[in-house]
Write a protein that binds this ligand. Structure first.
Ligand code: GRF
Length: 202
C-alpha cells in the first residue's frame, strides 16, 4: 500500500516512520511520496536521504485552497496513494480533498484530544498546569484537530518537567504511536463507525 506523508517542518515523525519501515516494516505499507508546502522544510532532506520521492507545492499562485489541493490530488493519484499521513503539515485541507480521501487521512496531535487543540498543544497543556497530557492519532475530519480517534497515549507532566523536557517526552511517544497506527491501517484493522474507530482484534 502506497503512503504519502505530508510535512511542513522538522519531520521527526516522518523519520520515525521511515525508520519503522526499514526496521520492522509497516505491514507492507510503503512511504512512496513526501509532500510539503514549504520548500525549506528540513523533512524534505530526510525524505531525499531515504530515497523517497518528494512533491513540493507552495501556496502562492493558487487562487484557492481547492485549486491547490487539486494539484496535490493529481500527484497522489499518479502515485497510487492509498493513505495520507499528516506529520506536522501546517495547512488545512479542503473539503474536496478530505472527501476524496475520506477515512484515509490520519493526523498526529501532541495532546489528548479534544483537549488542547491548535498549533501549540504541548505548550498550552504545560502552561495550563495540566497533570496529564499526551498524544492522539486520529482520522481527519473537516473541523481542525477533530475526527475519530485511532490511538491515544497519556504522558504525565511531572513537577520537575520543563517545557523542553515535556516536548521530548511527547515526541518520544509520537514516534512510537504513529508507526503503530499506520500498521493498523495497512492491515485493514481500523473501522470507522460514526465518530468512533473500532480496532479489529481488540
Ligand atoms: C508533532 O508534534 C505533531 O504532533 C504535530 O506537529 C509536530 C510535528 O513534528 N502535528 P515533526 O515535524 O514530525 O518533528
Amino acid at each position: 500500500m502506497n503512503i504519502a506523508v505530508f510535512v511542513s517542518g522538522n519531520g521527526t515523525n516522518l523519520q520515525a516512520l521511515i525508520n519503522a519501515e526499514r526496521k520492522e516494516g509497516l505491514s507492507g505499507g510503503k512511504i512512496a511520496l513526501v509532500v510539503s508546502n514549504k520548500p525549506e522544510a528540513y523533512a524534505l532532506g530526510r525524505a531525499k536521504a531515504a530515497g523517497i520521492k518528494t512533491f513540493v507545492l507552495e501556496k502562492k499562485g493558487f487562487a484557492s485552497r481547492e485549486e491547490y489541493d487539486k494539484k496535490t490530488l493529481e500527484r497522489l493519484r499518479k502515485e497510487d496513494i492509498e493513505l495520507v499521513v499528516l506529520a506536522g503539515f501546517m495547512r488545512i485541507l479542503s473539503a474536496g480533498f478530505i472527501d476524496e480521501y475520506a477515512d484515509r487521512i490520519i493526523n498526529i496531535h501532541p495532546s489528548l484530544l479534544p483537549d488542547f487543540k491548535g498549533a501549540h498543544g504541548i505548550k498550552d497543556a504545560f502552561e495550563a498546569g495540566a497533570g496529564t497530557t499526551g498524544v492522539t492519532v486520529h482520522f481527519v475530519a473537516e473541523e481542525l484537530d477533530s475526527g475519530p480517534v485511532i490511538l491515544q497515549e497519556e504522558v504525565k507532566i511531572e513537577q520537575e518537567d520543563t517545557l523542553e523536557r515535556l516536548e521530548e517526552k511527547i515526541h518520544k511517544v509520537e514516534h512510537k504511536l504513529y508507526p503503530k497506527a499506520v500498521r493498523l491501517f495497512v492491515e485493514g484493522k481500523l473501522k470507522v463507525e460514526g465518530k468512533k474507530v473500532k480496532i479489529k482484534g481488540e
